[in-house]
Design a protein around this ligand. Structure first.
Ligand code: PMP
Length: 405
């Protein structure tokens, strides 16, 4: 058997998608014009799939902080956090985040993916149990594979199913760690955190919440779904990323657990990779400071969420059930979704084409993400372009509001 033979099925599926137009997984942004616009294939394009929820990628303070840091510290740390890669700013960012979440401890990782990989694979050891939501992000599943705990999936957003599975483990001595996401990355739905907290308390389990898509989005001050649901004090571990509302890259793990710091010399995805470039650390510190000073930035984001959600619903699209900055448009099948995606790009609108296995339950999606910096005109263009493409491809009927075909 040839080395790449096992990818034949994947190659065929990818080939079919490419045959529908351009390669959705090979898009090249030729120029980035702002946090909401780019030039792609010579065309001015509205970015509506960038996870840049607060539009901070060109924030003046973040840019200035990053530039000053480049001059002060150089381009990179060239080492891991436990060798030469912990600078004063890495420690300061950890303190900023711990303060923001009102918790004792924080570790900063080089990506959000690594934060999940490190946190989950290290917290749960041999003899322990990881109970993960079935719709979990790839980084959570990969963390399960990296660690040595027994992994049990429970039904998506279903506290009763979790309760049942934890009850079966009642006599097992190992620790039980429940892993959920605040907002789910593909369908944009939210975890019922209050109910999950009640279940984890009942069984003496720990709860880890990945707030990747909810930091800077949910809650009065932007601390995410746990703040929105009033369960800050009951969540044992929080992971998150700087690659979405913070407009940069990096990840974090937060907790009040008194023994937390041992993780710094036990967690391999923290220990054996180079730390974040100081310029990134500086820009994230500035973005976080901006969010803390101006949480009302989120008001504009939510106005934009309503504009896009209402506009697409009025056109008759079938959307993810819960409102939020991830607006998932359901399409019947990968090929149709790929054609729609291509049609949109040709009309100057970029969204994400999301297909199985990255999506739950085999769904094909045009995944839109809303930015606080989107203008109403831009969102109206997105809605019009989607309507046009949807009508052309028979995804929605010719008349607005008649429901998805
Ligand atoms: N968790 C979730 C829920 C995500 O959606 C993502 C990225 N899309 C990550 C973690 C990983 O974050 P990063 O891109 O910063 O590695």
């Amino acid at each position: 058997m040839g080395l790449f033979d096992r990818f034949q099925e994947l190659r065929a599926a990818h080939g079919q998608i490419k045959a529908c137009g351009a390669d959705p997984f090979g898009v090249k942004m030729d120029r980035i014009l702002s946090s909401t616009e780019a030039e792609i294939e010579g065309r001015h394009t509205i970015l509506c799939g960038s996870n840049n929820y607060l539009g901070l990628t060109f924030d003046a303070d973040s840019l200035a902080a990053a530039k000053a840091s480049l001059d002060k510290y150089g381009t990179g740390t060239t080492g891991s956090r436990i060798a030469n890669g912990s600078y004063d700013d890495h420690k300061a960012l950890e303190q900023d985040l711990a303060d923001f979440y009102g918790k004792q401890h924080c570790m900063v990782f080089t990506t959000g993916y690594q934060a999940n990989l490190g946190a989950i694979s290290t917290l749960a050891g041999p003899g322990d149990y990881l109970l993960v939501d079935a719709d979990s992000h790839a980084s959570i599943y990969d963390a399960c594979r990296l660690g040595h705990a027994t992994v049990i999936r429970f039904k998506h957003n279903d506290p009763a199913d979790l309760d049942k599975r934890l009850a079966r483990l009642a006599k097992e001595p190992g620790n039980k760690i429940v892993v959920v996401e605040g907002i789910y990355s593909m369908l944009g739905d939210h975890a019922p955190l209050k109910e999950f907290v009640a279940v984890k308390k009942k069984h003496g389990a720990y709860l880890l919440v990945d707030e990747a898509h909810s930091m800077g989005v949910m809650g009065k001050t932007g601390r995410g779904c746990l703040e929105h649901d009033g369960v800050d004090a009951d969540v044992d571990f929080i992971t998150g990323t700087f690659s979405k509302s913070m407009g940069a890259i990096g990840g974090f793990l937060i907790s009040d657990h008194p023994d937390f710091d041992i993780l710094r010399v036990a967690c391999r995805p923290y220990m054996f990779t180079a730390s974040l470039p100081p310029s990134i650390v500086a820009s994230v510190r500035a973005s976080l400071a901006r969010l803390r000073a101006e949480p009302e930035m989120m008001t504009r984001l939510w106005q934009n969420v309503d504009t896009l959600y209402d506009g697409l619903q009025a056109k008759g699209f079938r959307l993810g059930k819960q409102r939020g900055p991830v607006v998932a448009v359901h399409i019947n099948g990968p090929e149709l979704a790929a054609m729609a995606w291509h049609g949109l790009l040709s009309n100057g609108v970029y969204v994400n084409l999301a297909l199985p296995p990255a999506t739950p339950s085999g769904t094909a999606l045009l995944r839109c993400s809303v930015c606080a910096a989107h203008t109403t005109e831009q969102l109206e263009q997105v809605i019009e372009a989607l309507g046009e493409v949807g009508r052309q491809l028979g995804i929605i009927p010719a008349e607005d509001g008649a429901g998805q075909v």
